[in-house]
Design a protein around this ligand. Structure first.
Ligand code: UD1
Ligand code: UDP
Length: 367
């Protein structure tokens, strides 16, 4: 019997995937004849790295969880591939949609390509041109084998064309992360009063920090030099630092945070709404995250990125983002500039308008 619906499988695994799948899944729900399933690889599994996002963003509970957990790159990627193959053979989707640049993204795309199942990549074309970054390998390989490539910014399309990807496969749709941000912003309003009291912070008078890139946190010297600088900055500006589990494990191995200034406040990773609320009211953000460079641009909050390069150059060209590299003197200097009201002006990149998910859904539903 020929099925009368078009079966779409969304595959997610790590924290930054969840805010990307939500708008696409919701927009596709408005199209008749589309059956959707959600598969979680289990790459991230702590409640505050995974479940909380499904609850807050209204993503359906995954139909399947591969429960791969943590491991080396090869072990994790291989586990996802092996388990995903069984699921794909059983589910027989017409299209699989993968998100971002994590190991779950490339592992799934590779299995689909071998099974001749069509794959769409949301957030295609971004390039840091730094192949020491594991995500850059994931991006390059996923884009080579994807059938449909949805780009968040025009540089994405230009990169893909240079890599020989056929023009017909590329669709400039805008930024799905921003869809989620704009949708959820009103829900953060009631949270500020409790958060600001609990953390003893006031509007614009604190910085928000996240760090998890292996290049920053896996090497003692790099990690300790950043932490010492944050400690110094916190003498004049309270810093809230929701700490990623990778970074937490590394800091623990270095002997923890004893002896640091009490105004460098470490917390567990927080849910999407709390984090969005904290970003919105912060005077500045210090980060090495990919997605946070984009969110700060939309929010108009100064962002200092502790990385040598970015796969999101539009946040530097048009947005609030400044690349600091690992120059800690520069970091202190830029913090001072922002505190003396000399932050750079910013604009909003094209199609970061809250409708990227709808554009993707319209293209998918037309197949
Ligand atoms: C992964 C992605 C990275 C993304 C980041 C977002 C890859 C190669 N890396 O990095 O692109 O920016 O997610 O947060 O896909 N851990 C826990 N609990 C969890 C998840 C992880 O304790 O729920 C710990 C484990 O010790 C694990 C370590 O964090 O070994 C790293 O997790 P992993 O998923 O391998 O990489 P991330 O650094 O999270
Ligand atoms: N985020 C969150 N809680 C936190 C830290 C980050 O909800 O404690 C959100 C953030 O708002 C953004 C996403 O997680 O939407 C970014 O994910 P992450 O930095 O883990 O990954 P990257 O974007 O670097 O791949």
């Amino acid at each position: 019997m020929v099925s009368s619906y078009f079966k779409v499988m969304h595959v997610v695994g790590a924290r930054p995937n969840f805010m990307k799948v939500a708008p696409v899944q919701q927009a596709l729900g408005h199209h008749d004849g589309v059956l959707q399933i959600v598969v979680h690889t289990g790459q991230h599994y702590d409640v505050n790295m995974s479940d909380i996002f499904f609850q807050q963003l209204g993503i359906p509970i995954p139909d399947v969880n591969l429960e791969v957990g943590s491991g080396t790159h090869a072990a994790q990627t291989a586990q996802i591939m092996t388990r995903m193959e069984t699921v794909l053979l059983g589910q027989k989707p017409d299209l699989v949609i993968v998100y971002g640049d994590v190991n779950s993204t490339v592992a799934t795309a590779l299995v689909c390509a071998k099974l001749l199942i069509s794959v769409a990549h949301v957030e295609a074309g971004l390039r840091s041109f730094d192949r020491t970054m594991p995500e850059e390998i994931n991006r390059l390989l996923t884009d080579q084998i994807a059938d449909l490539l949805f780009t968040p910014s025009q540089d994405g399309g230009e990169n893909l064309i240079k890599e020989g990807i056929a023009k017909e496969k590329i669709h400039f749709v805008g930024n799905v992360m921003i869809d989620t941000l704009l949708r959820m912003l009103p829900a953060t309003k009631p949270l500020w009063s409790e958060l600001s009291q609990r953390l003893a912070i006031s509007e614009k008078e604190y910085g928000l920090v996240t760090l998890h890139r292996p290049s920053n946190v896996d090497h003692s010297d790099n990690l300790l030099s950043i932490i010492r600088t944050l400690d110094e900055i916190s003498q004049s500006l309270t810093l809230i630092f929701p700490i990623h589990p990778r970074t937490h494990a590394r800091l623990k191995a270095e002997g923890g945070m004893q002896g640091f200034n009490a105004r460098l406040i470490l917390t567990q990773p927080v849910g999407y709404l709390d984090f969005l609320c904290l970003q919105q009211h912060a005077g500045l953000v210090i980060t090495d995250s990919g997605g946070i460079q984009e969110e700060t641009t939309i929010l108009g909050v100064p962002c200092l990125t502790v990385r040598e390069n970015t796969e999101r150059p539009i946040t530097v060209a048009m947005g609030t983002n400044i690349l600091i590299g690992r120059d800690m003197e520069r970091l202190k200097l830029e913090v001072d500039r922002i505190l003396s009201n000399k932050a750079k002006k910013s604009g909003i990149p094209p199609l970061w308008d809250g409708k990227a998910g709808e554009r993707i859904a319209a293209i998918v539903a037309n197949i």
